[in-house]
Ligand binder design. Structure first.
Ligand SMILES: *Cc1c(COP(=O)(O)O)cnc(C)c1O
Length: 370
C-alpha cells in the first residue's frame, strides 16, 4: 500500500528542476542577491498578474502584514478585528506593532462572519483584517459596507488566497492592502520564506518599500525607521518560474477539488466546501478543508491506511492560544466547525488515482460505521 502524503515538499523542486537549477546558476553567477533585478521583475509580473499597482516582495507573509498595518497608520492600542479561524501569524503581526487583535466567529464558509465582525466593533476599532482562507475570498462587499459605516479600514491576509478572485478581483487587492505568503506549502511557494504586500495606494507602497530596507528611499538615503524584511533576489527568481506556471496549477487544484466533491457529496456525513464557482467566487483550493462526522476516528482510519490529513492550525484557533490571551466574543460556529473540519491531501504531485483512493477509504469508513 503506497502512502499518500498530506503534502509533498520534495515535489516542489522535482517539478521544474531544470528551470530551478538553471536559475540558481544564473543568479549566483551574477552575484546579485539582495534587491536585485529578479526581485524587481517578479514584483512587476506579480502586480500585473493580480491587477494591482504595487507588489512589494518581503521576507515572509507574517512580516508582510505587520509592514502593511504600520504603513496604513495602525499603531499601539488600535483594535483589529479578525477571524478566530486564522493562523496565529495574523494575530502576531498585529501584536508586533502593538495593535490589539480581536477574534470573531466564522460563517458557514469558514471565513470571517461580517455580522460577528460588526458586533465586535468598539470605539478603538481601526480595521478589519480578513483572512482569505483555503483559497477563497470572503464576503468583501459586506465587510466594505461595514467599514464604510464605522469608518474602519479593510485589509486582507491573503497568505492562502493567491489566485483566488471575487467578482474578478484578486485576493489581496480588494482591501487597502493585502498580503501573500510564499511559504513552501502555499499554492505559490518558494524554497524558504517569502511574502508580498499588495496595494493600489502609492504612498502606502512607498512606506512599505522603505520599511523593508531600513527606511532607505530610492536614492539610497535613510529617510524613515525600518527593518530588514526583503524578499531574496534568488527566491524571487524561483517564484518567477512558479508564476509562469501558476494558471495551470490553479486549474489542477480546482480539478482535484472537483474530484473530491464528486466522490463525497452524496455522503450525509460529509459537508464539502463551497465552490469552485460559487456565484461570484473563484476558488483556488489552497486547502481542501471539509467537515466530517466522527472526524477524529476518520482521521485515524485514514492514517492507518497511509493517508495524511491535517486539522488546520493543529486545532488552535486564535481563542485557544493561551499564551497570547487574544480577546474574543462567543465563537459557536468556530467551535462547531473545529469539531468536524479536516484537510485532505491537496498538492500538485497528487494524482487522480490517489484522490480516488482517499475517497474510497472515506466511503469505506462511513459504510463500516453505519
Ligand atoms: C501561512 C499563513 C500566514 C503566514 O505566512 P508566513 O509566510 O509563514 O509568515 C499568515 N496567514 C495565514 C492565513 C497563513 O496561512
Amino acid at each position: 500500500m503506497t502512502e499518500i502524503g498530506f503534502f509533498d515538499y520534495p515535489a516542489l523542486y522535482r517539478r521544474f528542476r531544470q528551470d530551478f537549477d538553471q536559475t540558481f546558476r544564473d543568479v549566483c553567477a551574477r552575484g546579485h542577491f539582495i534587491l536585485g533585478p529578479d526581485l524587481e521583475t517578479f514584483e512587476q509580473e506579480l502586480a500585473a498578474r493580480l491587477g494591482v499597482h504595487h507588489a512589494i516582495g518581503v521576507a515572509d507573509g507574517t512580516n508582510a502584514i505587520a509592514l502593511g498595518l504600520r504603513a496604513a497608520g495602525v499603531g499601539p492600542g488600535d483594535e483589529i478585528i479578525m477571524s478566530a479561524h486564522t493562523y496565529v501569524a495574523t494575530a502576531n503581526a498585529a501584536l508586533l506593532i502593538g495593535a490589539v487583535p480581536v477574534a470573531v466567529d466564522i460563517g458557514r464558509d469558514g471565513l470571517i462572519s461580517p455580522a460577528a465582525a460588526e458586533a465586535a466593533v468598539t470605539g478603538k476599532t481601526r480595521a478589519i483584517l480578513a483572512t482569505q482562507l483555503n483559497g477563497r475570498v470572503g464576503d468583501m462587499e459586506a465587510l466594505s459596507d461595514l467599514c464604510r459605516r464605522f469608518g474602519l479600514q479593510l485589509f486582507e491576509d491573503a497568505a492562502q488566497g493567491m489566485g483566488a478572485r471575487l467578482n474578478g478581483r484578486a485576493a489581496g487587492t480588494i482591501g487597502r492592502f493585502g498580503t501573500l505568503s510564499f511559504y513552501p506549502a502555499k499554492s505559490m511557494g518558494c524554497f524558504g520564506d517569502g511574502g508580498a504586500v499588495l496595494t493600489n495606494d502609492s504612498a502606502l507602497a512607498e512606506r512599505v518599500r522603505q520599511a523593508r530596507d531600513h527606511g532607505r528611499d530610492a536614492d539610497g538615503t535613510f529617510v524613515s525607521q525600518g527593518t530588514n524584511c526583503r524578499l531574496d533576489n534568488l527566491q524571487a527568481a524561483f517564484l518567477r518560474i512558479r508564476l509562469r506556471n501558476f494558471d495551470q496549477d490553479v486549474e489542477r487544484r480546482r480539478a482535484l477539488a472537483a474530484r473530491y466533491v464528486e466522490g463525497l457529496r452524496d455522503l450525509d456525513q460529509v459537508a464539502c466546501p463551497p465552490g469552485p464557482d460559487d456565484g461570484a467566487h473563484f476558488d483556488v483550493y489552497q486547502n481542501f478543508e471539509a467537515l466530517f462526522d466522527r472526524r477524529d476516528a476518520l482521521q485515524d482510519h485514514l492514517a492507518q491506511r497511509g493517508i495524511g490529513t491535517a486539522i488546520q492550525w493543529g486545532g488552535q484557533t486564535l481563542d485557544k492560544i493561551a499564551a497570547l490571551g487574544i480577546r474574543h466574543g462567543a465563537l459557536p460556529e468556530t467551535t462547531d466547525y473545529f469539531r468536524r473540519c479536516l484537510m485532505l491531501p491537496m498538492h500538485m504531485a497528487l494524482t487522480d488515482q490517489q484522490v480516488d483512493r482517499v475517497i474510497s477509504e472515506i466511503r469505506a469508513f462511513y459504510r463500516g460505521a453505519s
